[in-house]
Write a protein that binds this ligand. Structure first.
Ligand code: SD4
Length: 326
């Protein structure tokens, strides 16, 4: 097929389109893993919608930490980092985990230590913008933190994390109070690459969710959740990772393709089974099969934009409508 190599990726603002362009160009030069990592890294450097890389989604402490995974269907090799501190190049570190270790996922300060051991330097992750967000969030009278299953303190002082309140809250789920994919909240780059060798790679890079509880890890670095690939196809996800990772939507989609479903059918089924359990869930997945057919499904957004890049370098950006609960 003259179109292959091909790339499909999440979101449609400038940085994501540039990332997709770089991914296809780099895939032609160096194959699916180089293309994938260059694509994800482009978004990290450009701070795509401030939802990838440094300068976005500060946690309650004001720190930006990164999640990334790279997945090579050839040999089913995976490298990932989660809650990576003070290192901007999460995708490259994830690739390092894949290339230089027998592990799959390294987390937290220890992931930082690993990154330094392979030559990455610690860098500032916050910006004036993230500092501003944290300031106003902390100073707002009683900003409820929807990540916690607790009602705002009736006394009006929200204060720091209160484990006792959490224990006594009786399990009111944060997701039911509303988690929205908003601009600048959380727009992970998820990408699937199909290269000249007719092999897939897939991956993600994200700075997670704004004002999360420190230590929170989303779906992005979890194999089968944030991304998955095998010889039948590849899939990557974006959206409410706390919910999505309970359904392994990327694995589910690739499995459906393996069982014969077209990518559009597979992605819709994957999103629908999340929606059935969480009607307010908001997120999207992109997928491609080994015939270069693509599929995209999303939930509870007005529209979802994604990119497809072809061998000749053309990037086609499309907005699609999303599923809503029945
Ligand atoms: C997460 N899935 O950490 C990521 C965020 C995201 O669009 O994709 N937002 O939950």
């Amino acid at each position: 097929d003259d179109n292959i190599p091909m790339v499909i990726s999440t979101w449609d603002s400038d940085g994501f389109i540039k990332a997709t362009k770089n991914a296809i160009a780099s895939t032609l030069v160096g194959g699916r893993m180089y293309g994938l990592v260059e694509g994800l890294s482009t978004c990290e450097a450009l701070q795509c919608d401030t939802t990838v890389g440094f300068g976005g989604s500060p946690d309650e402490n004001g720190e930006t930490c990164l999640d990334s995974m790279v997945f090579d269907a050839e040999g089913m090799r995976v490298g990932a980092v989660a809650n990576l501190h003070r290192i901007r190049d999460a995708a490259k570190v994830a690739w390092g985990v894949m290339n230089y270790t027998k592990h799959t996922l390294l987390v937290g300060e220890s992931a930082t230590q690993f990154a330094k051991s392979i030559g990455f330097k610690e860098q500032e992750m916050s910006t004036n913008e993230t500092k501003g967000w944290i300031e106003s969030w902390k100073s707002s009278k009683c900003q409820p933190n929807f990540w916690k299953n607790v009602s705002p303190d009736p006394s009006g002082s929200c204060g720091p994390y209160q484990p006792n309140a959490l224990l006594s809250s009786g399990g009111r789920f944060s997701n039911q109070v509303g988690f929205h994919v908003e601009k600048n909240n959380h727009d992970t780059i998820g990408m699937v690459v199909y290269d000249l060798d007719n092999k897939f790679s897939a991956g993600t890079s994200s700075n997670g969710a704004r004002f999360k509880i420190p230590g929170r890890v989303g779906d992005s670095p979890i194999p089968g959740a944030g991304a998955y690939a095998n010889s039948y196809g590849g899939c990557a996800a974006t959206g409410d990772g706390d919910v999505m990772m309970r359904f392994l939507p990327s694995y589910y989609t690739v499995l459906q393709m393996e069982l014969g479903a077209k990518p559009s059918k597979a992605t819709h089924k994957a999103i629908k089974r999340i929606l059935d359990a969480y009607p307010k869930f908001s997120g999207a997945i992109v997928a491609m099969n080994s015939r270069g057919q693509t599929g995209v499904a999303c939930a509870n957004m007005k529209t979802f934009g994604y990119n497809i890049a072809y061998r000749n370098g053309t990037v086609v950006t499309t907005k699609t409508g999303c599923l809503t609960p029945k």
